[in-house]
Design a protein around this ligand. Structure first.
Ligand code: UDP
Length: 251
């Protein structure tokens, strides 16, 4: 469809060369994958929803002074972002136990954690993204101590911002994953938020019913995946007149 030069194709997004040096076009696909690519599907409309939700969140974060790669949304499926060097880590922040922390440490799913917990995972599909400590990160030069401090501080600010944003929409932010990049500006390097923030990378539960409104619907075969994403978008006030969302909600 696009005549732009492709730079990279990931599981849920394609990156194309941007119109100006230092820019990239992020294209949101409808593809969904889970369990390190073992489960795959196409969910019609998911890319459009994630593009809009991620735009909305990145703009909000920018407004409170968190630097992001986001420049602007171009169309239904594409956004223009700054080219960054991705730090090879996934930064996960948890408020409520779910997923791997429940499996690894036996914390019952749904338990409120004593405090927000930040974890680092090494981005390496072949290894299944193993959890790593600051020791590994600095020893193998994946990021500097300064960058770790920056990522930690930004992640906790993102957590506070998102917790409030979602709670006002009747949604509990259980956990989420962030990625960061290095933005080179002359001889300066800045750590900025990159990638996307969407129901693909967050666990979102309805505040009252605990119903899942995120990618776990796909991982656990719960059905109505895009409907749930559309509901998130609608509750945030992003896609008001979109027909996909159920209409029986007043919240
Ligand atoms: N996550 C993600 N990409 C990954 C791994 C995790 O976006 O490659 C998100 C996931 O959606 C959840 C949070 O990070 O919101 C924590 O995931 P967890 O460690 O519990 O792993 P999972 O249960 O997804 O294997």
């Amino acid at each position: 469809m696009s005549r732009r030069k492709m730079i990279y194709e990931g599981k849920a997004k394609i990156l194309y060369e941007g119109p100006e040096p230092g820019t990239i076009v992020q294209y949101f696909k409808d593809d969904a994958t889970a369990f390190n690519n073992q489960k795959k599907a196409t969910l019609e409309g998911k890319g459009v929803l994630n593009n809009r939700i991620s735009e909305y969140i990145m703009l909000g974060l920018g407004r409170i002074g968190i630097p992001t790669h986001f420049i602007k949304r171009l169309n239904m499926r594409e956004q223009l972002v700054r080219q960054v060097e991705i730090i090879p880590l996934e930064v996960v922040c948890r408020n409520v136990a779910a997923g791997s922390i429940s499996q690894r440490l036996g914390v019952p799913e749904g338990d409120q954690l004593p405090r927000s917990i930040v974890e680092f995972y090494y981005k390496k599909d072949e290894l299944g993204d193993p959890m790593v400590s600051e020791e590994h990160i600095t020893a193998f030069n994946w990021a500097s101590t300064q960058e770790i401090d920056d990522m930690m501080a930004m992640t906790l600010r993102v957590n506070d911002f998102l917790s409030g944003l979602f709670s006002a929409a009747g949604i509990r932010l259980v956990d989420f994953k962030l990625e960061f990049g290095r933005l080179y500006e002359g001889d300066m390097v800045r750590t900025v938020l990159a990638d996307e923030i969407s129901p693909d990378s967050c666990r979102l539960w309805d505040m009252e019913t605990n119903e899942k409104m995120d990618k776990d619907r796909f991982r656990r075969d719960l059905g109505n995946v895009t409907e749930a994403y559309a509901d998130v978008a609608r509750r945030l006030g992003i896609m008001k007149e979109h027909g996909q969302a159920p209409t029986n909600e007043g919240k």
